[in-house]
Ligand binder design. Structure first.
Ligand code: RB5
Length: 149
């Protein structure tokens, strides 16, 4: 299986149910899932999950990842601390599309307490199908990379 068909998923307790409910959908889309937990609804600190998934995506073990916490905000803040990661907190398909076209996001974050299953599926499908536009956006993404140095 190619790297492009592997997707990393992770959540804290507040995103656990949505993560589990999304896994069959991701399989239907043809993805092999690499699950970074959590594996129960017991309370767990989201930065720890964000760190392990984002480190793996930054190392190119998977092309992209999805992180879910209660709001999606904590996961995006934490994942964006890892060099090579552009995590986008998305709450509708249009934002998800733009985060790929303009920002080349490689991690999508969702709020398990904010975004329902059907909308999450729409957001994910759009995000996975949309290509980075490059051009002037490539220069800007490179300028973000420069901030990591
Ligand atoms: C956990 O209660 C909650 O704070 C977390 O899931 C997330 O929403 C943080 O941003």
């Amino acid at each position: 299986m190619t790297q492009e068909k592997k997707i990393a998923v992770g959540s804290d307790h507040a995103g656990f149910e949505l993560k589990e409910n999304l896994k069959p959908f991701l399989k239907e889309l043809g993805y092999e899932i690499v699950d970074f937990g959590t594996n129960t609804s017991d309370s767990v600190d989201y930065p720890l999950i964000a760190k392990s998934l984002a480190t793996s995506v930054a190392s190119k073990n998977q092309d992209k990842g999805i992180l879910i916490c209660g709001t999606g905000i904590g996961m995006s803040i934490a994942a964006n601390k890892i060099k090579g990661i552009i995590a986008a907190h998305c709450y509708d398909p249009e934002i998800a599309k733009l985060s790929r076209q303009h920002n080349n996001s490689n991690i999508l974050t969702l709020g398990g307490r904010i975004t329902n299953l059907d909308l999450s599926k729409e957001i994910i499908k759009t995000w996975l199908e949309t290509k980075f536009e490059g051009g002037r956006h490539l220069r800007r993404v490179q300028e973000i990379r420069d901030l990591e140095r």
